[in-house]
Write a protein that binds this ligand. Structure first.
Ligand code: ATP
Ligand code: MG
Ligand code: MG
Length: 352
């Protein structure tokens, strides 16, 4: 059979591997760190650094198509890999989403609403940006942030200098604070043939910058639902995208504001594992393997809860709970703030 190459061996790579296996594919993980969660379920694992040209080439030669579970793959590695096998989603999606400034410019050029933002190359630029955007605001590193890391909130102008001090050394962006009622996300997919399918928007609750729960259906009007799906499709088409994409949105009285995009399967799409016939992981494998997109209609309501750090202690109780589907990542070491698994609480769908 064919082999799907997956860059990154975390829980997303693990669940992609499982989905690939279900469709009759083998998976081969490329991961620099030892003992990746995906290694337990993949057919093969390459443990090597992203600057190991020989290992990268051997990996690319062993697989039929290359996909990834995270966006911060070094450009040099991508150059090398794509000489050998197709990378899906393509380079443009990675280039744009690796940098919050490039990403915001891209979204703005598409006519989509974002938080007000400004490039902050130095302290003087921050003073100017604070004058333009005002408080409250959030200073963020342009690259490598996740789970709210690399961010400093600025409640009033007097806090700007301390925020800059905390994050200096990295390229930064200032964002105005969006006064949202709720956060939602759309998990969208585009096939090799250009067809687009979106899962129902999910409503997200974050704590300390980390996603805690996603609930479907989200509390959205029919018009907001349509907007969410149309804007996701616009992003997919603009990128000539192949695969699953996560779009994080703020709901405001003025409409939907795009927070960020993730060119991969997304934590806020884990509910699809127990809410849809075809979940986001299978949808992604279908897309990158050139299959038609599958049926992502929601057949059940779901509340997904992340199990973070010591939340894992609740597993025995969750295992005995009705309508609760557990998904554990097999991570050896429990750490505060580390995603160890999630549980999908499933109920029959309330409305279509
Ligand atoms: P992820 O793990 O989703 O990749 P991240 O580290 O990239 O997260 P963001 O999504 O930028 O971080 O921010 C994390 C959370 O912080 C958001 O979901 C939102 O709750 C809040 N937040 C971020 N930016 C803003 C903003 N401009 N206005 C209001 N809230 C914000
Ligand atoms: Mg992010
Ligand atoms: Mg986010």
């Amino acid at each position: 059979g064919s082999t799907i190459g997956i860059i990154g061996g975390g829980q997303l790579g693990r669940m992609l591997s499982v989905a690939a296996a279900r469709l009759g594919y083998r998976s081969h993980i490329f991961e620099p760190g030892a003992n990746p969660p995906a290694g337990d379920v993949a057919h093969a694992v390459t443990t090597a650094a992203y600057d190991d040209a020989k290992a990268l080439r051997a990996f690319a030669e062993a697989v039929d198509v290359i996909t990834y579970e995270f966006e911060n793959i070094p450009t040099g590695a991508l150059d090398l890999l794509q000489e050998v096998k197709p990378i899906r989603p393509g380079r443009e999606a990675l280039r744009i989403s690796q940098d919050r400034l490039t990403e915001k410019d891209f979204l703005r050029d598409l006519g989509l609403a974002t938080a007000p933002y400004a490039d902050v190359p130095d302290a003087a630029a921050l003073t100017a940006a604070m004058e333009e955007i005002g408080a409250p605001a959030i200073l963020k590193t342009r690259r490598f942030g996740y789970d709210g890391k690399g961010q400093a909130r600025i409640a009033s102008v007097s806090e700007a200098a301390a925020a800059f001090e905390e994050l200096s050394g990295s390229a930064l962006i200032l964002e105005g604070f969006v006064d949202f009622s709720t956060e939602v996300s759309v998990i969208a997919a585009r096939g090799l043939d250009g067809s687009v399918a979106c899962f129902d928007p999910g409503e997200n609750v974050h704590r300390e910058g980390i996603l805690r729960t996603t609930t479907v259906p989200a509390r959205l009007s029919a018009a907001q639902r349509t907007d969410a799906v149309l804007l996701a499709a616009r992003i997919l088409n603009a990128l000539d995208y192949v695969g699953v994409l996560g779009v994080e949105l703020f709901v405001t009285p003025q409409g939907l504001v795009v927070n960020e995009i993730a060119p991969r399967v997304h934590n806020s799409g884990h509910w699809t594992q127990n809410g849809c016939a075809v979940d986001q992981f299978e949808q992604h494998i279908r897309a990158v393997a050139g299959w038609p997109l599958g049926d992502g209609q929601r057949h059940s309501d779901v509340r997904m809860e992340n199990l973070i750090g010591d939340d894992l202690d609740g597993v025995p109780e969750l295992a005995a709970t009705t309508h609760a589907a557990l998904h554990l990542y097999g991570k050896a070491e429990v750490k505060a703030g580390r995603k160890m698994g999630h549980v999908n609480h499933v109920l029959p769908a309330t409305k279509a």
